[in-house]
Design a protein around this ligand. Structure first.
Ligand SMILES: Nc1ncnc2c1ncn2[C@@H]1O[C@H](COP(=O)(O)OP(=O)(O)OP(=O)(O)O)[C@@H](O)[C@H]1O
Ligand SMILES: [Mg+2]
Length: 272
């Protein structure tokens, strides 16, 4: 009886709104520190990052070169481990995991998109998308193909399934990379400067895909140097010297799909 009252009292202490937020927190980072050691030299890349990301968030991480953005993304993407600090993703405590468990978590919950696409050049778009599924022994090759085609459809590229990367435009290659990131149904997409190598219209196309994915329930975190690109997200966080300098909501995010309708499509003749 006494215990039940204690539980009830502690629940009552949490305001309703906050309780909902706790449930929807997908990434929770506390006092994250990363020190790279190179011989005698120590580089303090992250000096204590605290951040909670909610399921519905679409976050842009900004900041000068060297401020720790990629280091942070690599840690939350389980590609690297912090020197100190706590990290929970989807209620899983990453600190307690060994290498194999981390690889499994990464494959299951996280989709990566890189600035330079990182597609295998001698492999078709479809096979590139299938790649993350190869690690899953439970999935049949028929399922693999179907899921990959669905992922390509979701980025509007089903008609390019059998093209090699060299036969695709930069924007199309990035969309294949997004399809590859999506194929395992991740909870989070992490993209480090995904529009860094793209022209304006193609960047807006990529942002429209991220906005659509985010509306469909996937948390998206991107790194960008461009305020124009950050304006399509709903939360901007800037890093400075390994710390968070600013963290604010974007009042009225730009709508990429709506803007695309008004943007001219350049033909080859226009560019000559
Ligand atoms: N593997 C590494 N070993 C040693 N130092 C590193 C390593 N990776 C990054 N650093 C250093 O850590 C700091 C943060 O680097 P990071 O790559 O996270 O910056 P960034 O904000 O992503 O920069 P950019 O905008 O140029 O991509 C830099 O001073 C960098 O030199
Ligand atoms: Mg970087």
């Amino acid at each position: 009886m006494h215990r039940r009252w204690a539980v009830r009292a502690s629940l009552q202490e949490v305001p309703e709104e906050e309780a909902v937020n706790m449930k929807d927190t997908i990434i929770s980072v506390k006092h994250l520190v990363k020190v790279y050691k190179m011989g005698d030299l120590e580089v303090h890349a992250l000096r204590g990052i605290d951040m909670d990301v909610q399921k519905s968030d679409f976050v842009a991480i900004m900041g000068k070169s060297g401020s720790g953005k990629s280091t942070f993304m690599n840690i939350i993407g389980c590609l690297d481990v912090p020197t100190k600090g706590e990290y929970m993703i989807d209620d899983v405590d990453v600190r307690k995991m060994n290498k194999d468990e981390l690889a499994h978590l990464r494959n299951k919950k996280i989709g990566f998109v890189f600035q330079s696409f990182n597609l295998l050049s001698r492999t078709s778009a479809l096979e590139n998308v299938e790649l993350p599924l190869m690690y899953n022994s439970k999935i049949t090759s028929k399922d693999m193909r179907e899921r990959s085609i669905r992922a390509l459809e979701s980025v509007g590229l089903a008609s390019r399934a059998h093209h090699f990367p060299s036969q695709l435009s930069g924007g199309e290659q990035q969309r294949v990379a997004i399809a590859r990131a999506l194929v395992n149904d991740p909870v989070v997409i992490l993209a480090d400067e995904p529009t860094g190598n793209l022209d304006t219209r193609t960047s807006v196309e990529v942002m429209s895909i991220f906005q659509k994915l985010n509306t469909n329930g996937i948390t998206v975190i991107i790194v960008t140097h461009e305020p124009d690109i950050a304006a399509y997200t709903d939360r901007n966080i800037s890093f400075r010297d390994g710390r968070i300098q600013k963290d604010f909501r974007v009042e009225k995010p730009r709508n990429a799909a709506a803007e695309l309708l008004t943007m001219p499509i350049l033909t080859e003749e226009d560019t000559i």
